[in-house]
Design a protein around this ligand. Structure first.
Ligand code: PLP
Length: 361
């Protein structure tokens, strides 16, 4: 028996009567706004900074629908994907009772937000080549199904595709099989989707009713500073999140900035192409070094590279003022550093430093 979405939400969230702000109660056209105790003056440029922003992010959602082809009415916008991940825990998981499932090594935020919310994390580790261990997954699901819901349910399964830090995608067919087997909500984090050839899991939402997809403007859209993340989800989840989030979770400044960035889609798509080309060039060059054991295939804007003496290499690069991510102590990533694909010039600077490291080691 599969769970209905309703059974996967916390009872206190289902019954929650949300805070109703002045800006959400009134949404028609008016001239005189005396409903929100704002100052009638705007001291910083007459851009309406004295007014509360739209808590429903309607203009931004319309722009996202136009540019990213994600349905307005299935979207919730968060203060970064971080907020969306935290909200998923808050609307679904009962603290000190429910659990979630991850496939390590993966994005560290899932574990951190689980810890903050008092939720235990079960792991179905990826295989050595970072592909999903389907037989282990089946076994874990059998065990989960045999347990009593009263002692805690596995409410969420996090799949990161392309995965951070390994860079590989999970094939869509496999995501479909996983989401069909798992009885809770399958969360597909597509933060790096634009750098991949794999189709989006949004396509599966008709056949997989408990599947949700995360996107962000932090990577390909070059807006990490503004903090804009989003989820595409079934209506019941959208409603639960909209009433649980801070009413004004995105400032007006950020909503306007995001709309502006989405207006630059042609430049963004061109820059994604360039990053993909640089990723190929970097992967090829990295393979020529004797201290490089393996460059893992990447569908993202970074490369995971297994090297001899990763910590020494990390410190050497730091002396050259180049920071990479040392992942060598992460389970499943022994010996690995994660390198973001930079500009042509930054990548050349990295390769020059690595030439020196090769010469002296
Ligand atoms: C970078 C990244 C995000 C984006 O997080 P924001 O809070 O939107 O900046 C989400 N998921 C993964 C796996 C990431 O690597």
């Amino acid at each position: 028996m599969n769970y209905a979405i309703e059974e996967l939400l916390r009872p206190n969230i289902v019954s929650l009567i949300p805070y109703s702000s002045a800006r959400s109660e009134f949404c028609g056209a008016a001239e005189v706004f005396l409903d929100a105790n704002e100052n009638w003056r705007d001291f910083v440029g007459n851009k309406g900074r004295n007014r509360y922003p739209d808590p429903r992010h309607r203009a931004l959602k319309a722009k996202i629908e136009e540019v990213l082809h994600l349905r307005c009415d299935r979207l919730v916008i968060g203060n970064g994907s971080d907020e969306i991940i935290d909200l998923l825990f808050r609307i679904c998981c009962v603290p000190d009772r429910d659990k979630v499932l991850v496939m390590s090594p993966t994005y560290g935020a899932y574990q951190v937000f689980a810890d903050i919310n008092g939720i235990a994390v079960s792991d179905c580790p990826l295989k050595d080549d970072f592909t999903v261990d389907m037989s282990r997954f089946q076994t874990i699901c059998d065990l989960i199904d045999a347990g009593s819901p009263a002692t805690g349910m596995h409410k969420l399964l996090f799949l990161c595709s392309p995965n951070n830090p390994s860079g590989n995608s999970i094939p869509l067919k496999q995501i479909e099989a996983i989401a069909t087997r798992f009885k809770g909500i399958t969360v597909v984090d597509e933060a790096y989707h634009e750098f991949s050839q794999e189709p989006s899991a949004v396509e599966l939402m008709d056949t997989c009713p408990r599947l949700v997809v995360l996107r962000t403007l932090s990577k390909s859209w070059a807006l990490a500073n503004a903090r804009v993340g989003m989820i595409v989800a079934p209506q019941r989840i959208v409603e639960a999140m909209e009433k649980t989030k801070y009413p004004y979770n995105l400032s007006g400044v950020v909503q306007e900035l995001a709309i502006e960035a989405l207006g630059h889609s042609q430049e963004v798509f061109a820059s994604v192409k360039e990053i993909i080309a640089q990723r190929g060039m970097l992967a090829e060059q990295l393979q020529t070094y004797s201290f490089v054991e393996e460059v893992f295939p990447s569908d993202a804007n970074f490369l995971l590279v297994r090297v001899d003496e990763p910590s020494k290499l990390y410190r050497f690069l730091l002396e050259k003022k180049i920071i990479v991510r040392n992942r060598s102590s992460v389970r499943g990533c022994f010996g690995c550093v994660r390198i973001t694909v930079g500009s042509v010039q930054e990548n050349q600077q990295l390769l020059q430093a690595l030439d020196q490291w090769e010469a002296q080691s």
